[in-house]
Write a new protein. Structure first.
Length: 218
């Protein structure tokens, strides 16, 4: 009998899933993401904060699948744009825009601006089907580059320049990025407490937690 706890990452993004899997690889937990399940309805990410959206996603996925779920909501907060794109980071250039279209729009908005300070912010939420959740948050400060650099990462990584390493996030290895990024730092905090988190999940899961079979699929 496989007694690993299943934790569902509330994303289909392979880059994000790989980062989280790396971080939690030494724990007795089976990491899945939404691509491992049948289609589930999308969550309206209409919260006003990263915290709202992270909890909404984690709680929704957890209730639908009957498993503990981890969601992150993260985004780029740019000083000179009054905190934009913020919670709209993923939809900044329209609903189905590519990463390149998003950061190109950002660079256009930043033309001629001398204050290029920005921060990536991340909130992680771990929810169980009955509703309770744990929250972890972290941020990483940098500046918006004048032009994209690097092929790594995803999202706004190629235009987010991180002065201590003198590189954009797009130029960092996954290991480097995991050490310093907003999500990396939030995940490190989670990893340090993950034994406690697993205990918390066990205490809050409905008694009949089932392994393997998916019941009540709508």
């Amino acid at each position: 009998m496989n007694n690993l706890m299943t934790l569902v990452i509330a994303t289909s993004n392979p880059g994000k899933t790989a980062e989280i899997r790396d971080m939690l690889q030494n724990f007795p937990v089976n990491i899945k993401n939404l691509a491992d399940f049948g289609p589930i309805p999308p969550v309206a990410e209409d919260g006003e904060t990263f915290d709202d959206n992270a909890y909404k996603k984690a709680s929704f996925v957890s209730k639908i699948l009957g498993l503990p779920a981890l969601a992150d909501d993260s985004g780029l907060v740019v000083d000179a744009l009054g905190g934009a794109p913020g919670v709209y980071s993923a939809r900044y250039a329209g609903e189905n825009a590519t990463d390149q279209q998003r950061y190109t729009k950002l660079l256009t908005e930043m033309k001629g601006k001398t204050n290029r300070k920005a921060a990536f912010e991340c909130v992680l939420s771990i929810a169980v089907p009955p509703g309770p959740a744990l929250t972890y948050e972290a941020s990483c400060e940098g500046v918006i580059a004048e032009a994209p650099a690097g092929e790594g990462g995803f999202g706004y990584d190629p235009v987010f320049y991180y002065p201590p390493l003198e590189k954009t996030f797009g130029q960092l290895t996954r290991e480097e990025k995991s050490r310093v990024s907003h999500r990396g730092k939030a995940l490190q905090e989670l990893r340090q407490e993950f034994d406690k988190v697993l205990t918390w999940i066990e205490q809050h899961m409905p008694v009949q937690e089932r392994h393997g079979c998916q019941h009540e699929q709508h």
